[in-house]
Design a protein around this ligand. Structure first.
Ligand code: ATP
Length: 595
C-alpha cells in the first residue's frame, strides 16, 4: 500500500502575485500565448528575406513566382503577428481593468468590516499606498508583464529554433556575446551586493530625515531664524551621497562590458567574423550566413526586455504582498443571523471588561459599570488611565479581550453594526470630514434626511449661521470653499450625530479642538443635544463633569472610585485630590487609597 507523502499533504502556499491574480489568471495566460505567437509571426519576414536572397541567386523563371509567394507569406504573417500582439494587449488591459476593479471593491469591503480601532492605529497613508500606489504598480504586471514575457519569449524561442536548424555551430558562436552579458551582469550584481545594504539604509535615512525636516520646518524656522536644514538632514544627505558612490563604483566596469556584449553590433560582428571563417573552412555557403546576420542581432532586444521586466516583477511582488496583507486584515466578528438580537431598552452595562492592545499590558482590567437610561456618566482619570479605550470599546472600535458590554441586555457583539450605531452616537476628539458638501457631511449617517432636518441638526449644533456664511452655504465643499476651524468641524460632527438622534451618546474630549468662544458654542450645543439621552462623557476638565449623575474615576485601567461629585469629594480619595489640583497633572500622580 502506498503511504502518502507528508509534504504533499500540506496545503500549497502560493506567492502573493499568484494569489492576487487568480481571478484573471486564465486571461493573462491566453494573452501571453497570443503575444508569443504574434512575436513569432512578426519574425517570419526575416526568414522570408533570407529565402528571397537565396531564390534570387537560383533559376530566374522559377524564382519570380516564388518571390511573390514569399513576399505575400511574409506580409501576411507580419500582419497576423501584429494583430495577435494587439489582441493580446487588449486582453491583458481588460484583465487589468477587471482585476483593479475587483481589488478596489474587495479592499473597500474588507475595510468596512475591520474594527474602527484599526484605523486609529494606522496612518491613512498605509491604506492609500495599497489602494492607489500598489494597485497602480500591479497594473504594470497584469497589463504589460505577461504580454511582454510572451513577446520576448516567443521571439527568442523561434529565433533559436531557426538558427539552430540552419547551422548549430554558427548558432552557438552567435550567442556567445549574449551569454557573456549575463556573466558580466552577475559579476556586477555580486560587486554591488556588499554595498547594497548601505545604499538601502542611506535611502531610508534620507526619507526619514526629509519627513522630519518638512514636519519640523516651522519649529526650525522659529527657533533658528532660518529654514537651514537641521544637522540630521545634512548628515543623512552626505551619508547617502557616500553610499551611492560606494554602490555605483564597482558596477561601472562590469556593466560597461555587459552592455557592450548585448549590443546588436557585437552580435553582428561575431556572425560576420565566424561566418567568414566557417565559409573559408567549407562548413557553409556564404548565403547561409545571411539569416544569422538578420536574426541573431535581433535577439538582443527581447533578452534585454526580459531582463528589465524581472525588476518590475520585484516591485509587483512587494505591492501584491501589501495588498494581500490589507485583504487579510482581521475583521470584526459579526453576529450570525441566528445570534442576532435587538436591544431591549438603552441600559448599558460593562461586565468584567478587560482590554489589552497587545499581549504585554492590560489597559483596562475588570471594569464593571452601568449606564442607566437618561443619566450622565463622566469618566475621569489621569492621562493614559484608559478613558478613551473604555469609550471605544462601547463603540466597537475593538472588542473586549475579556468580559462583555451589553446594550438593552444584549451583548453588543450580537447587535448588527448599523443597529448599534443607531442606538449609540459619538462625537470624538478627532473629527473626520469627507471631501463632500457640508450637507452630505451632516447627512453621512442618514443620507435620506430632508433639507429641513439637516438644517435643524445644524441649528442644534450651533453651526447653522456659520454654514450660511459660506460662499455656497450647505453646498460648499469641505476643503474647497468650506475651510472650517477645529471648533467648527467639531460642531459639524455634532450636527451629524444630532441627525441620527441616538438615545445614547459618547463624547470624548469633544471640546479639545476648540478655542474659548467656540467651546462655549460647543458646550451649548451639546447640552441641548444631550437632554434626555444616556451620556458617557470622557472628561478632560473636571469643572465640566461636576453635574454628572455618576463619576467614574479610572486609575491604571481599573475603576478606582465611583459616585457623584459630592460623594467623591467627601471620600477624600483620588477624585478629591484631582479636584483640589484643579485637573490632571501627571507630575502629581501618586497612589491614593480608593474610598
Ligand atoms: P488621555 O486622557 O491622555 O487621552 P486616556 O485615559 O484616554 O488618556 P487611553 O487613550 O485609553 O487613555 O490609553 C490607555 C493606554 O493605552 C495608554 O497607555 C496608551 O498608551 C495605550 N493605547 C492607547 N491607544 C493605543 C493603541 N492604539 N495601541 C496601543 N496602545 C494604545
Amino acid at each position: 500500500m502506498e503511504t502518502p507523502d507528508p509534504a504533499s499533504a500540506k496545503p500549497k502556499v502560493r506567492g502573493p502575485i499568484s494569489q492576487l491574480l487568480k481571478p484573471v489568471r486564465g486571461r493573462l495566460i491566453i494573452a501571453a500565448m497570443l503575444a508569443a505567437v504574434g512575436a513569432m509571426l512578426t519574425l517570419l519576414p526575416l526568414a522570408v528575406i533570407a529565402h528571397i536572397a537565396r531564390l534570387a541567386l537560383s533559376d530566374a523563371d522559377m524564382a519570380q513566382t516564388q518571390v511573390w509567394w514569399a513576399v505575400t507569406v511574409g506580409l501576411a504573417s507580419l500582419c497576423a503577428g501584429l494583430l495577435l500582439i494587439a489582441a493580446s494587449e487588449l486582453l491583458a488591459h481588460l484583465a487589468d481593468n477587471r482585476l483593479t476593479h475587483h481589488l478596489r471593491v474587495a479592499i473597500a469591503q474588507r475595510l468596512s468590516r475591520v474594527p474602527l480601532g484599526w484605523f486609529t492605529s494606522r496612518a491613512s497613508g498605509e491604506v492609500k499606498q495599497a489602494m492607489q500606489d500598489d494597485i497602480n504598480t500591479l497594473h504594470s504586471l497584469t497589463a504589460h508583464f505577461y504580454t511582454t514575457l510572451g513577446r520576448a519569449g516567443g521571439a527568442i524561442l523561434i529565433a533559436l529554433i531557426y538558427l539552430f536548424a540552419l547551422d548549430w555551430r554558427l548558432a552557438i558562436v552567435s550567442l556567445l556575446p549574449l551569454g557573456g552579458f549575463f556573466l558580466f551582469f552577475a559579476r556586477a550584481m555580486k560587486a554591488s551586493e556588499a554595498n547594497m545594504q548601505a545604499f538601502a539604509a542611506g535611502m531610508g535615512r534620507i526619507d526619514n530625515a526629509v519627513v522630519e525636516f518638512v514636519n519640523g520646518i516651522a519649529v526650525v524656522k522659529s527657533f533658528s531664524g532660518s529654514a537651514r536644514a537641521p544637522r540630521s538632514y545634512r548628515d543623512a544627505v552626505d551619508a547617502f551621497a557616500e553610499a551611492f558612490v560606494g554602490f555605483t563604483r564597482p558596477l561601472v566596469a562590469p556593466m560597461a562590458n555587459a552592455n557592450a556584449l548585448i549590443a546588436p553590433v557585437t552580435v553582428l560582428g561575431m556572425v560576420l567574423v565566424f561566418g567568414t571563417v566557417f565559409v573559408g573552412l567549407g562548413w557553409m555557403e556564404p548565403l547561409d550566413v545571411l539569416p544569422f546576420a538578420l536574426v541573431a542581432p535581433g535577439l538582443c532586444g527581447p533578452l534585454l526586455l526580459l531582463h528589465y521586466i524581472t525588476h518590475d516583477l520585484n516591485h509587483a511582488t512587494g505591492a501584491a504582498r501589501r495588498v494581500q496583507t490589507l485583504l487579510d486584515t482581521p475583521v470584526l466578528e459579526q453576529p450570525n443571523p441566528s445570534e442576532q438580537a435587538s436591544p431591549n431598552g438603552n441600559e448599558i452595562r460593562f461586565e468584567r471588561v478587560s482590554y489589552a492592545y497587545d499581549a504585554e499590558r492590560r489597559v483596562l482590567a475588570d471594569v464593571n459599570l452601568t449606564l442607566k437610561p437618561g443619566t450622565t456618566t463622566a469618566i475621569v482619570g489621569y492621562s493614559g488611565a484608559g478613558k478613551s479605550t473604555l469609550a471605544r470599546l462601547l463603540l466597537r472600535f475593538f472588542d473586549p479581550t475579556e468580559g462583555r458590554i451589553t446594550l438593552g441586555g444584549v451583548d453588543i457583539r450580537h447587535i448588527e453594526s448599523s443597529s448599534l450605531y443607531r442606538h449609540i452616537g459619538f462625537v470624538l476628539q478627532e473629527v473626520r470630514l469627507i471631501h463632500a458638501s457640508v450637507r452630505d457631511n451632516i447627512a453621512l449617517g442618514r443620507p435620506s434626511a430632508t433639507r429641513q432636518e439637516i438644517e435643524e441638526a445644524a441649528r442644534t449644533a450651533n453651526i447653522h449661521e456659520r454654514i450660511l456664511a459660506l460662499p455656497r452655504g450647505y453646498d460648499a465643499v469641505i476643503g474647497e470653499d468650506a475651510q472650517l476651524s477645529g471648533g467648527e468641524q467639531q460642531r459639524l460632527s455634532i450636527a451629524r450625530a444630532v441627525l441620527l438622534d441616538p438615545p445614547v451618546l459618547v463624547l470624548d474630549e469633544a471640546t479639545a479642538a476648540a478655542d474659548a468662544e467656540s467651546e462655549v458654542a460647543i458646550q451649548e450645543a451639546l447640552s441641548r443635544f444631550a437632554e434626555g439621552r444616556t451620556l458617557l462623557v470622557i472628561a478632560h476638565r473636571l469643572d465640566t463633569v461636576m453635574h454628572a449623575d455618576q463619576i467614574i474615576v479610572l486609575d491604571n485601567g481599573t475603576v478606582h472610585e465611583q459616585g457623584s461629585h459630592q460623594q467623591l469629594l467627601a471620600c477624600k480619595g483620588l477624585y478629591a485630590r484631582l479636584w483640589a489640583q484643579g485637573g490632571y497633572t501627571d507630575s502629581e500622580q501618586q497612589a491614593v487609597p480608593s474610598c
